[in-house]
Design a binder for this molecule. Sequence first.
Ligand code: F6P
Ligand code: MG
Length: 475
Amino acid sequence: MEFDPKTPQYLTSDKLSFASISANERWPVIITGAIDDLHRTVVGVNDDEKANEGKGITANLAKLKYELQHDRQLSPIDDDGHPDIASYNKELEQRGNPHWHDVPWLYAECYLYRRIESLFAMSKHWKGYDVFARQKMNTFKSSRPAVLELAARYRDIVIEAESGKAKDGKSAEEVEAAERLLFSEMCEICLWGNATDLSLLTSLTYEDIQKLQGSQARKESQKNIIVNDLDAAFDAMQRARREKKDGERRVDIVLDNSGFELFVDMILAGYLLSAGLATSVVLHPKRLPWFVSDVTPKDFSDLLSSMVDPQAFYTAADESGKTFPSLSEKEISDVKFLFNQWSEFHQDGKLILRPHAFWTAQGGFWRMPHDAPELFEDLKESELVLFKGDLNYRKLTNDAQWDPTTPFTEAIGPLGPKSGIRVLAFRTCKADVVVGLPEGEDEKLRALPGGGGSESRKWAWSGKWAVVSLSDGKA
Ligand code: F6P
Ligand code: MG
């Protein structure tokens, strides 16, 4: 807390913020989902000892839900042997052992997922069990139309990107303009992939999700990017390519959600490597199941496995016995093309997965230089660090109640100017905090139907609006 900004954070007691809705309405639903999932798994377990232990964890999840709904104090998390527990518990004490409905939103939400994890980590038979895995994989399957559409587009992109490199017959300006356009398209695909995270969209049908992911939806959403620093980001990448022509140029992606969002992150990574805008891409997943849909290393390998035999994956009957139409030869070969590219990049050491415990700590990223100095140093080696999603944005800005016109560079504190880190945040807005807006923009959006008016910043809760914010800490 010592390294946090002085601006107060959003609290679960702020009745007019999404913090309060999250704590009251969403978290109980998420815990219930976890209980259901575990129950279904336990039913299929033959080993009595394991089944009984599973039932015990279910009971503890129910207890957690009870405590939340009855506004009990947050209790210290049981020590599961990982060093981060001490830090969670120390902060809990420093915050005066708060109650669920009057606690900083960011701390409480991280605590919730860390506490769930500890139940499994302390068990004998359930270590590493991910209560959200089933949901993540099912939702990824339902992204089939968008995945196939993008897999086909990816081939064209790679050809376009490589012809950009060849520059045959085109002027330098034409090459640059084409590359800039392609860069924006790839980034927008990657940005809107964040609109469909599972912790938020608990009420959407698969059909709704599919509609959100198509290219038509993306085009229509362009006008909803209310801060867009993509051009400046492209300029920085171009400069780096010119200046370090034959040198290492790394891009980092601090991942958010698995499934479709991870798929589009990989599309972006593959494009950056193919276009020569990066020579390596480092992906940062979470160490443990997090905010329902966040990527763990296992999710990453599951995604790749699904692409080895796309026909089998996409046509397997679901749990209700429903079957799905076969993929065409062309669709299979498009997915395999993508898989082969990614596997090659991975084998050549150009696509690297690097988990770190800091990403599942309870605090914001203002603490990074002190709490994870080696990570901070490592990110300086990168040309561009892309932070995906809403939670990363909340952590960059410490989930604080900034005036929305506060410059992004100021709101991210030690990761801002002169930090040596070039930060680019891709965020569809799903929480109250927002910075870097032009004067009057927040008021304009609040005045829209359902925008929240003078009472609340409701427009920023649904993922309809997005911000792409750059802070060039290398300038
Ligand atoms: O607001 C809903 C919420 O669960 C936030 O708590 C969190 O910031 C966000 O959704 C998760 O979204 P994302 O996956 O984009 O980080
Ligand atoms: Mg997430």
